[in-house]
Design a protein around this ligand. Structure first.
Ligand code: 8IG
Length: 279
């Protein structure tokens, strides 16, 4: 491997992940023609169609062309990022059509690389979206829920070294109330990140409830931590695509997850677009 390639290998402990993020941001700026972006969106399961309502796509960049990024691993995710002119504003959004999940085994640096790239590209805000399981049976598949806080059950952290990052109010109260101005009836919940890729057992879902969780998923918490370290204001929105295991008597299937996302796409798109326009 050449020195240049080694320097961009996130998995090499000698690599500075923030340097890779700066290289990635430089490629993003070059390929999109935007010297900086203002807001980043990470689209999770079920959120893929929503970006179109945010504004006009000015440029689409294949993830594989950007340092530190790799192909999407999950069906229903697209492996591109887009530069979107936010409708009615002068702001540019950097929209990641996919994310790297912890369960892919590429390491926590790869998981948070999009967030660090967004920060290096100039973003001050990140909107993290996901599809997840809901613990409240009142949340029918297709219900968006604001993330109020999280519980990180990955037993990992994106923070390296003795960096004691404060996570109080990680999910910005300001952005949450802004979202509730758009949809006053939006519920809030505590998101529990499991490692996956298996779904929880019903007993694990009960554990999540006992320790204060409302939503179970396989993303977002690690990214939110990295976003806080990078100084980004974080908004988290979950789309409940299924009742968590044992909450209903129907078994979980990835197909149902995709269908719930498709059915909720318009509502979620309108919500996201209205929130981003107000940020
Ligand atoms: I979509 O029920 C989706 N992702 N851990 N549990 C976990 N992740 C999920 C679930 C779920 N649904």
């Amino acid at each position: 491997m050449t020195d240049a390639a080694t320097a961009l290998d996130l998995q090499d402990p000698a690599t500075d992940p923030f340097e890779v993020a700066r290289s990635a941001a430089a490629v993003v700026a070059e390929r999109t023609g935007a010297d900086h972006h203002d807001i980043a969106l990470v689209l999770g399961s079920g959120w893929g169609q929503t970006a179109d309502l945010v504004g006009e796509t000015v440029a689409t960049v294949d993830n594989t062309e950007v340092p530190g990024f790799a192909k999407a691993a999950v069906a229903g995710h697209s492996g591109t990022m887009r530069s979107v002119a936010v409708a009615g504003t002068a702001r540019r959004a950097l929209v990641f059509g996919t994310r790297t999940h912890y369960y892919e085994g590429r390491g926590v640096r790869a998981v948070v690389h999009a967030v660090r790239t967004a920060a290096a590209a100039g973003c001050r805000t990140v909107v993290l979206t996901n599809g997840c399981g809901g613990l409240d049976p009142a949340w029918r598949p297709g219900t968006p829920v604001l993330i109020r806080d999280h519980i990180n059950l990955t037993a990992d952290s994106p923070i390296e070294g003795a960096n004691f990052v404060d996570l109080t109010d990680l999910y910005s109260p300001r952005l949450r109330s802004l979202a509730r101005e758009v949809e006053p009836d939006l519920d809030e919940g505590v998101y529990v990140q499991f490692r996956g890729p298996h779904y929880e057992t019903p007993a694990e879902v009960q554990m999540a409830r006992t320790i204060g969780g409302d939503l179970v998923g396989m993303s977002t918490a690690l990214e939110a931590i990295a976003a806080r370290q990078a100084g980004l204001e974080v908004l988290g929105i979950s789309l409940v695509t299924n009742p968590a295991a044992g909450i209903s008597d129907v078994p979980l299937s990835h197909q149902e997850v995709i269908e719930a996302g498709q059915a909720a796409a318009e509502r979620c798109g309108r919500l996201l677009a209205a929130v981003v326009a107000r940020i």
